[in-house]
Design a binder for this molecule. Structure first.
Ligand code: DGY
Length: 320
């Protein structure tokens, strides 16, 4: 019998590839850049399973021609790159990689908050530029983190893990979620509030909500206008949740104090993007889950989902 053909859209941990080899023939894209769309469409026509990254769009166009495809295993917890309805329509199972990246992403989110509030990248640039001539009382003074109020928009697994870190920093925690999460409240002392209250009362606002039709451009001009002039704003979810033009204006006019972004509406963001020129913007290249350990676990879980489905069993982490 012909072995299933498994497409892997980027080089991932060997352990995951070995796992996949136990279930079929594995075709790994060897370049460390996304596969051109035409190549992806062509490979998808033959594939029984695809292990995708968030850089690949799985949509009606692709699925309509992928007649053998049984599973798309996305190596990310977010899955806004997949058209879930189209997958359902074509009978293709879709999976993501929850849990295994929670702590790594919460670490990065908190690190970005700290870096932004305490101006760490600016301080690093300052010293490299040879501008450090003496100690000064006002030199690179930032915003306090310990003992302040943190507002978390999107209290899922990662939001809760960020809240646990905030507990260690003596922070009061407010959160906004579609549905209140009493279990997260019990574990972290976080208090559910409406969005406007969170924006008005928080010293630091962190966005961790998935990108959906409901959350697209959730934070715009009106929302920035509600925040404190000393507010630090962090986005570690998806760029599409924030109106970047409104953020630019809010930073330039000092409506808010600073922002840290791990995600952008267009990725990779152009080095000429106006936001990147602002001293009060700390930018990272979407590295929320980027620890060697988390990435290996994500690849392993995505591969395990494929092995299960090709073996006729239920996926471990299905999207529905
Ligand atoms: C995710 O998993 O959704 C992250 O954004 C990528 O690591």
């Amino acid at each position: 019998m012909k072995k299933p053909w498994i497409v892997v859209t980027r080089k991932v941990a060997n352990e995951a590839i070995e796992l996949l080899e136990s279930a079929g023939e594995v075709d790994v894209w060897q370049e460390d850049a996304p596969m051109p769309r035409a190549v992806f469409l062509e490979k998808a026509q033959r594939a029984d399973a695809i292990l995708t990254m968030l850089t690949e769009k799985v949509d009606e166009e692709l699925l309509a021609h992928a007649s053998h495809l049984r599973i798309v295993a996305n190596m990310a917890v977010g899955y806004d790159n997949l058209d879930v309805e189209a997958c359902k329509k074509h009978g293709v199972i879709a999976t993501n990689t929850p849990d295994v990246l929670t702590e790594a992403t919460a670490d990065l989110t908190f690190a970005l908050l700290m870096a932004t509030a305490r101006r760490l990248t600016e301080a690093n640039r300052f010293i490299l530029a040879g501008e450090w001539t003496s100690w000064s009382p006002s030199l690179l003074a930032g915003q306090s983190v310990y003992g302040t109020t943190l507002g978390i928009i999107g209290m899922g697994r990662i939001g809760e893990a960020v809240a646990r870190r905030a507990n260690g920093f003596g922070m009061k925690i407010l959160y906004h979620n579609r549905r209140p999460r009493p279990e997260a409240e019990a574990k972290t002392g976080a208090v559910h509030v409406d969005l406007d209250t969170l924006l008005r009362e928080s010293d630091h606002v962190v966005v961790l909500t998935p990108l959906t039709d409901e959350t697209r451009m959730l934070i715009g001009e009106r929302e920035f206008s509600l925040m404190k002039p000393t507010a630090v704003f962090v986005n570690a979810s998806r760029g599409g949740t924030v109106d970047e033009n409104a953020l630019y204006q809010a930073l330039v006019t000092k409506q808010i104090w600073a922002a840290g972004l791990d995600v952008f509406s267009q990725e990779p963001v152009s080095p000429d993007h106006p936001l990147l020129r602002l001293p009060n913007l700390t930018a990272l290249p979407h590295i929320g889950s980027a620890t060697l350990q988390a990435r290996a676990e994500m690849a392993r879980l995505a591969a395990a989902n494929i092995v299960e489905v090709l073996g006729g069993r239920e996926p471990l982490t299905p999207l529905w």
